[in-house]
Each structure stands twice: as structure tokens, then as C-alpha cells.
Design a protein around this ligand. Sequence first.
Ligand SMILES: [Zn+2]
Length: 321
Amino acid sequence: MNWLSNFVRPKIRALAGKSDVPDNLWHKCPNCEAMIFHRDLEAHLHVCQHCGHHMRISAEQRLAMLFDDSRYHVIELPKPAVDPLRFRDSKRYVDRLKEAQTRVGRQDAVVVAHGTLGGHPAVIAAFDFAFMGGSMGMAVGEAMLAAARLAVLQEAPLIAIPASGGARMQEGVLSLMQMPRTVIAVQQVKQAGLPYFVVFTDPTTGGVTASFATLGDIHLAEPGAQIGFAGARVIEETIRQTLPEGFQKAEYLLDHGLVDLVVPRAELRDTLIRLVGLILQPQLEPAEEVAEPEPEEVPEEAETAPEPAAEDGETAERAGE
Ligand SMILES: [Zn+2]
């Protein structure tokens, strides 16, 4: 701190117009430490073009990246009681919460939005790790329930995109109660016969992994994402064994069956569109084509060939299911 930084620099900033000058034009890749110009970073969807490292992004960036024409509607979420335990560690929880709300610009860690994905209606619940480590408190539980209800109402697939350190310790047992609540949310979607996708992003751990995040019909993951329950160091200390290389990484979990697909961020939208299309379309098209001509033909040829007609009827019914 000196005369130059305290006095001259603010004056120059004021003259140049503060809003025109972004704070950081250059970003450092946390993996390979290469310096990346902010426009290049945006063009590559916040993936390092040198080493392929997928950086953490905000919920809004995530939604804009996935929905058709980056257009979506964010729904208002229920507001649960604030700090019912009056929790305090080095700071009061209410202060911590206010600070995060001001910094990130929203009420809590999840944004729920609906829009279209390749023309299909879809509901996305996207986490923001920047908001208290994406931790799951009551607000997140409410958000997941609201997302599930919206998906059922719109007969749309639900896509959860977790980025979370797990439970929000400041809410104690109330935070843990969100695990069964989010499981019920997923159940509602499944009971309505709608697909539920999970896109693991870095990191997905703790109570989030142990509840709704591992109940997807299809599990996608971004390359290099850490996915697990307890941290690797805690496990190593508990079992007193060295863990295999790449343990809890998306690629390792793909080999071991927890993840179905590891998809680079640039291909995520197209992959989701393809999967949603594959799951939703076959129900509509073949059933109509096969079932319609049947009733007219059957009565005329009933005496000569009753069996093939019955068989066709059966396949028509199966296709319709
Ligand atoms: Zn890099």
C-alpha cells in the first residue's frame, strides 16, 4: 500500500470508467497453471485449452450452456426458515449466508430452471459450488423438491447437475434430513414415468452423492470430476491402505460402473439432447404407427388368419407400453 496504489490507481480507474475494465482479464488454470485470456476461456466453456481441465462454473453459465438458444426460465423457490439452530462457528451462520448471497447474487446454492433441450421441455436443477461449497441445507432440499414437482407438472425430464461438498454443517440434522427428502423428489419423477439424469461435476461428495445424485437413470460426468462420499485422505487413514490412482475421479468411476458416460463439456448439450430424444421418442412414434391399421383389417380376415392378427396385436400393445 502506498501513494500509487491508494491514490493514483483509483483515480485512473475512475477516469477510465470502472465498469468497462474487468478485474481479471487473465485466468490461471488451476491444473497446469497456464494463463488463459478471459475471452478464450469463455469460448472454450471454461475448459483449459492447454490441458483440458474443466473449471468450476456458475449455475447460470451451466444453464445458458445447455438450454436451446441459452433461453430458460428460473423458477422462484420456497424460502425455508433461516438459521433455526442459531449456529455459530468462527462467524454466525446468518452472516455467512448473507455474505454468500451478496457475493453470488442469489438466495442459495441451487437454481431451478425450465426450458427446451433440442425442442424437448426439460427441467434443470444446477448447483453453484461458489455458494458455500454447494452444500445441501434446507433451501437445497426445497429446490430439489420444487424441481421434481415442476418436471412432473410439465411432463419433462429432470436433470440434476450437482457441484457440492455435501451436507451444510451449519444446519446440522436439518441438513441431513434433506437426503431422504431429495430421494422422495427423485421418486416422484420416476413414478410419473419420466427420466431423471444426473450430470456429475467437480466435486460431488458427501450427502449429495449419498442421496439424489446417485439415483439417476443415466449418470453422466464431466472429465476429471471428483465424485465420492468421504474424502480420499479420510478413507486412507481409516482403512490404512493406499488407494488406487484416480480413485473418485469420473474416469475411474466409469470403469467401475457408477458413471455411465464421461462427457466433455463441449459435448454435454448434444449428448443430453440425444439421450432425452432416445428415451422420450420411442414411446410416441412406433406405437401409433403399428396400432392404428389393426382394427380395420382384423374382422375381415378373422376366419382365415386369426393367429398372426393376434400376434400383431400383442406387439402393438408392447410397443405402446
Ligand atoms: Zn490447464
